[in-house]
Design a protein around this ligand. Sequence first.
Ligand SMILES: Nc1ncnc2c1ncn2[C@@H]1O[C@H](COP(=O)(O)OP(=O)(O)OP(=O)(O)O)[C@@H](O)[C@H]1O
Length: 263
Amino acid sequence: MLEIKEAVFGYTGKQKKKVVIENISFALEPGKLMCFLGANGAGKTTMYRTILGFIPLLGGSIFVDGRDMQDISSNQLAKYISYVPQYHTPPFAYSVYDVVLMGRGAHISPFGSPGKEDQKIACRMLERMGIFHLKDELYTEISGGERQLALIARALTQQTKYIFMDEPAASLDFGNQMRLLREIKKLTEEGIGVCFSTHQPDQAFLVNASVLALKGKNDWSLGPAEEIITEELLKCMYDVNASVHTYTGKNGKMMKYIAAGID
Ligand SMILES: Nc1ncnc2c1ncn2[C@@H]1O[C@H](COP(=O)(O)OP(=O)(O)OP(=O)(O)O)[C@@H](O)[C@H]1O
């Protein structure tokens, strides 16, 4: 289990420290799905980057399967948690296949190179994300949505127990958004703990996620999407007058959705 206890997230500048989220506690279990919601600048990326060890934790503690994160090296952490960033610019014009294969980095010794099994895993994940045909294209010469799919394939190639995805559907077309949500569901069925952020709260309903809604530095709500996402929450987080409705899906299940206008 990934446990965040009384954590303080933010930045230590040269002059003063900037606290973005204060004293927050939540946990992600293997096989469970969590969705981070919050307005622009609420701190979702800051949380991801801290949990991944890219920036220091300003207070509280983070435990990965019972071990304090401070005692885990970045290489060891990469075997537990993979990350799909919001933006990614590679330093060189790698092929899509090379970018995906980089996901095996934590499993290969410092002077080693990827073996047959590593290559097979990378190809399997390219297929899983529906982009095997882009394998030999330059990563810098594919579309934003295709890059997003390649980054997800790279995270899957890392074969970790937990996956964090920072707005993974942001650049995807409608069909790929739905396919991605289906894949996210499948990952949890395979026992992986997945955490994703989105600016489309409806997606949390679609996958039946637990929601962590960031309302302010010291104010958040945590619980099942259908309990947490209310008209009041949407007004508070986004300053939007939206309404939450229920419909019966094709499978006969009751589902919720959000309707909002611009008037
Ligand atoms: N390197 C940095 N140094 C100082 N402050 C930063 C830094 N990066 C981000 N911030 C600030 O931290 C706050 C949270 O930013 P963050 O990127 O975590 O928000 P977010 O919820 O991911 O936003 P978005 O939905 O727009 O991606 C913002 O006020 C931002 O300006």
